[in-house]
Design a protein around this ligand. Structure first.
Ligand SMILES: Nc1ncnc2c1ncn2[C@@H]1O[C@H](COP(=O)(O)OP(=O)(O)O)[C@@H](O)[C@H]1O
Ligand SMILES: [Mg+2]
Length: 216
């Protein structure tokens, strides 16, 4: 229980009556990679923003390691518990990979970048001179080096070709399995979902465990 991220009866809506999440209860644990599948507009980014403490549910609670994140303070939650990986990498492009990772690192930035597959030369190169796949490796290195236990990835392979997507998904899985992080990916990619420990589907405001191979 204590090692978990638990969403209890979470609801979220816009404009009073546009329901996005309808009384969702779901649990995530460290050491596993989760994929949440769902079509565009179904509420995937909204769900991640609630887990990440960027927004507050209209009702329900989110607890991490037994503490209500809202009661503990969302700023503290964001600083100590969460790292984001985005579709467009969100690196600071006038800094090198090493400088980007150092901003939040609690361990050796260059060593982590090396583990993620960057060469010493690439660690010092301008961000804009790296491929999309390399930039996403930097973003994942940033997440891992921060030591924050939860990694939230919003369409992390959305801008990448098939082969690179596969590599990035494997690295995210390594983040869960070898680094013990709780990795939650939202995507519409079935290929990414195939690598997950648990797959959920978000549809009409509800979340359920998905059996892959079944119709969307
Ligand atoms: N600030 C907002 N105000 C009103 N509606 C919003 C707002 N943000 C998102 N939405 C709507 O909420 C729904 C879910 O959005 P989102 O969580 O971004 O979906 P997804 O990430 O699955 O594509 C969409 O229909 C979107 O238009
Ligand atoms: Mg989205």
């Amino acid at each position: 229980m204590n090692n978990r991220l638990v969403m209890d009866n979470i609801s979220y809506y816009y404009d009073r009556n546009k329901v996005i999440l309808d009384d969702i209860s779901v649990e995530f644990e460290k050491g596993k990679m989760y994929v949440i599948l769902g079509p565009s507009g179904c509420g995937k980014t909204t769900l991640l923003s609630l887990i990440g403490g960027l927004d507050i549910p209209k009702s329900g609670t989110i607890c991490f390691e037994g503490c209500d994140i809202n009661k503990e303070g969302l700023e503290k939650h964001r600083r100590n518990n969460v790292s984001f990986v985005f579709q467009n990498y969100n690196l600071i492009d006038y800094m090198t990979p090493e400088e980007n990772v150092k901003l939040t690192a609690k361990q050796d930035a260059q060593a982590m970048l090396k583990k993620m597959g960057l060469t010493a030369d690439e660690c010092k190169r301008n961000i804009l001179k790296l491929s999309g796949g390399q930039q996403q490796r930097v973003a994942i290195a940033r997440a891992l080096a921060s030591n924050n236990p939860i990694i939230l990835a919003d369409e992390p392979t959305g801008n990448l070709d098939e082969e690179t997507s596969q590599e990035i998904t494997s690295i995210l899985k390594e983040a869960a399995r070898e680094y013990g992080r709780c990795v939650i990916i939202v995507t519409h990619s079935l290929e990414v979902a195939k690598q997950a420990d648990v797959v959920f589907r978000l549809k009409h405001g509800k979340i359920e465990v998905a059996a892959l191979g079944m119709d969307q």
